[in-house]
Design a protein around this ligand. Structure first.
Ligand code: SAH
Length: 364
């Protein structure tokens, strides 16, 4: 009631993101309460919630509501949308979107087609504060957190544009999800709720650079989502060079948080490891990694580092990736050399936005 309204009007106070109440970030119960306070029956909230989570972008589209009510709702609420600004389609069917939010900020999402269904990789912040040395997003700085509704809108716009239904969601686009904890948690509850898009937690992965304190918090929510940890190095010496976050939470404290997550949720942790030639891809790195992950329910995904202009990093050769994986396996740690999709369209995070804003010089 009044409290939920106040919470959503905070956005208006900040004066930036949305001008009116952020209706698509409201839970089903909150919307029922808020419409109830206007004297509307519960079934109206059911209708509005259904439309919003099917991807309606205006109240005008909600054809089972009387016209005066559509106008009244449009006065009170704002629907957060993700408008397609640019789109690139890869030969393998991967689609990379550049979306514009209501206030003009730009974020990226990538739609991928696998034999088991359609996955989407979405952004949780405009930019990022973490500054990993190999990542394009950090180079453009940080602008703001995305609202739960704006995280949802990326999925809805891509579905609408591509004419598909997304089955898996990965929070692995621009931004650090655990640095926008409350909005991301609200998004997770909205996207998985039965009255909404109903995408189960087991079909969702959240990728983090390793904010250990937030991993403990997330573990205690006991959600069945997959935690994916961007490890990228077996020790502090290498990790602190490439990932400044390691100076705050080192490998040991991060792995301790991961063990806690696995214990609380019963889920295996997925570790991302971008292989950078001559930096983190030696045999001894592989042995050290296997040693450190021993005893933890874990899986390592090896990815050749994507070439980002100005980093000077080169990807490890395929033989090196295979040799690295073999050492991990021999050390008792399961590993996959990941197939990369969309490399011809610069599908890795932050690259398209930088091009659009002229950050990388030449236009692709
Ligand atoms: N902030 C979160 C999620 C966004 S980054 C995180 O750090 O996990 C998504 C993934 O892409 C992370 O694993 C990140 O380390 C990786 N990544 C970023 N730049 C990359 C590059 N140039 N090559 C390969 N992987 C990269």
């Amino acid at each position: 009631m009044a409290s939920s309204r106040r919470r959503f009007e905070k956005n208006r106070d900040r004066g930036k993101v949305l001008d009116k109440i952020d209706v698509k970030s409201m839970s089903f119960t909150e919307l029922r309460e808020d419409l109830g306070s206007l004297g509307l029956p519960a079934y109206r909230a059911d209708q509005v919630f259904h439309w919003l989570h099917q991807g309606a972008e205006t109240f005008g589209e909600m054809t089972n509501l009387p016209k005066p009510l559509r106008l009244q709702l449009a006065e009170r609420y704002e629907v957060a949308c993700a408008q397609v600004v640019r789109k690139r389609v890869s030969k393998d069917g991967t689609v990379k979107y550049l979306f514009r939010m209501n206030d003009g900020e730009l974020v990226e999402s990538v739609l991928m087609r696998y034999h088991h269904g359609i996955s989407i990789c979405i952004s949780t912040q405009v930019g990022c504060k973490m500054n990993c040395s190999f990542c394009a997003t950090g180079r453009s700085g940080f602008s703001r957190n995305l609202l739960p509704s704006e995280i949802l809108a990326q999925i809805q716009s891509a579905q609408r544009d591509a004419g598909v239904r997304v089955s898996n969601v990965v929070l692995m686009g621009m931004g650090e999800p655990l640095d926008n904890y409350d909005n991301v948690l609200r998004f997770l509850r909205l996207v998985s709720c039965p009255e909404g898009m109903n995408i189960g937690m087991r079909h969702i992965s959240l990728s983090t650079c390793g904010l250990a304190d937030q991993i403990y918090r997330l573990a205690d929510e006991k959600l069945q989502l997959t935690l994916s940890v961007s490890l990228h190095a077996p020790n502090d010496q290498i990790r602190s060079q490439t990932m400044p976050v390691n100076r705050r939470w080192n490998v040991e404290s991060l792995l301790k948080a991961c063990r806690y997550y696995a214990k609380q949720t019963g889920r295996r942790i997925s570790f991302e490891y971008a292989m950078i030639r001559g930096v983190n891809d030696s045999d001894s790195c592989a042995r050290e990694l296997a040693e450190r992950l021993r005893g933890m329910p874990a899986h390592v995904n090896l990815i050749p580092v994507n070439d980002v202009t100005g980093t000077g990093y080169q990807k490890s050769k395929m033989e090196r990736q295979r040799a690295f994986a073999a050492i991990l396996e021999a050390g008792g740690c399961t590993a996959t050399v990941r197939r990369t999709l969309g490399s011809d369209i610069e599908a890795s995070c932050g690259q398209l936005r930088r091009k659009h804003e002229g950050g990388d010089g030449d236009e692709g």
